[in-house]
Design a protein around this ligand. Structure first.
Ligand code: NAD
Length: 249
């Protein structure tokens, strides 16, 4: 059976792309497209989705009640606690791609994960997920090198350093020693470099998102994976390291 999906932030760059890719994939059925109250997209249909797709609305709880299996959010950080709470109340699996959360949002995620499968990932690309799982080993091999993380994103990105840069920092043996540098310019979809600088040599590991497609593809893969899982907090590394559970399982 197809995965019944709600997309929060559907009027934005990532939400729109996730909705378009889900609509083109028979593994998904869009049951709700949500944006914030007052947003210009409310009541409109996304170009390319056709009349059968839901119009964008601000009624998240109503959309979740339409038999949703998974809600995917790419919005702004203040939205995420409400999305996680609503998903937990409705018993719907929740995937949060939004970045820039504070402690209150993280507490809401912990609450929700007691009731539903929840995955929060600052970067849903396969490349960054693989890098996160390998980085600790490289850092240990380069013990004593200074570590810096340099990231560049489009000018409209609000949080800095990016959630991905912070996740990369947390994957290193000594997160407190990492120096961060952020560039906000133009329409860049996202570049992250981890720089290990020694004496007379340095090592750079760079991930470049060539477009937002890698994030949308990762989000849809994670949504299929999350459906039907037991309650708990999951990561993109979990998604890549075990097969998708069929809906009937
Ligand atoms: P955007 O500004 O283009 O879109 C955000 C959308 O969310 C807007 O339409 C906005 O109106 C909507 N929104 C804001 N508050 C809302 C609320 N309370 N309820 C419903 N909708 C709400 O931003 P974007 O470029 O699409 O990025 C969205 C988020 O995703 C950012 O936090 C960004 O850092 C993150 N991001 C994550 C990944 C990943 O792989 N996890 C990849 C790219 C971007």
């Amino acid at each position: 059976m197809s995965c019944r999906l709600v997309v929060v932030g559907a009027g934005g760059r990532m939400g729109r792309l996730v909705a378009l890719r889900a609509a083109a994939d028979p593994a998904f059925h869009l049951v709700g497209l949500i944006d914030r109250p007052g947003h210009a997209s409310l009541g409109t249909r996304l170009d390319g989705l056709g009349e059968a797709a839901p119009a964008i609305s601000d009624d998240l709880r109503g959309a979740l009640a339409r038999g949703a299996d998974v809600v995917v959010e790419f919005a702004l950080a203040p939205a995420s606690a409400g999305t996680a709470d609503a998903a937990a109340a409705a018993g719907v699996a929740c995937l949060i791609g939004t970045t820039g959360h504070d402690d209150a949002a993280r507490a809401a995620f912990d609450r929700a994960a007691a009731h539903i499968p929840l995955l929060v990932a600052a970067n849903m690309s396969i490349g960054i997920t693989a890098l996160l799982s390998q980085l600790g080993g490289l850092a240990r091999a380069l013990d004593g090198f200074d570590v810096a993380i340099v990231e560049a994103h489009h000018a409209a990105k609000r949080d800095a350093p990016s959630g991905t840069a912070l996740a990369l920092g947390r994957a290193l043996p000594d997160p407190a020693a990492v120096r961060y540098s952020s560039i906000r310019a133009g329409s860049l979809p996202g570049t992250h470099t981890v720089l290990f600088a020694g004496t007379g040599e340095h090592v750079e590991v760079t991930h470049r998102a060539e477009s937002r497609e890698c994030f949308a593809a990762g989000a849809l893969r994670a949504a299929l994976w999350l459906r039907g899982r037991p309650a708990g907090c999951y990561t993109m590394q979990d998604v890549l390291s075990s097969p998708t559970v069929p809906a009937e399982a």
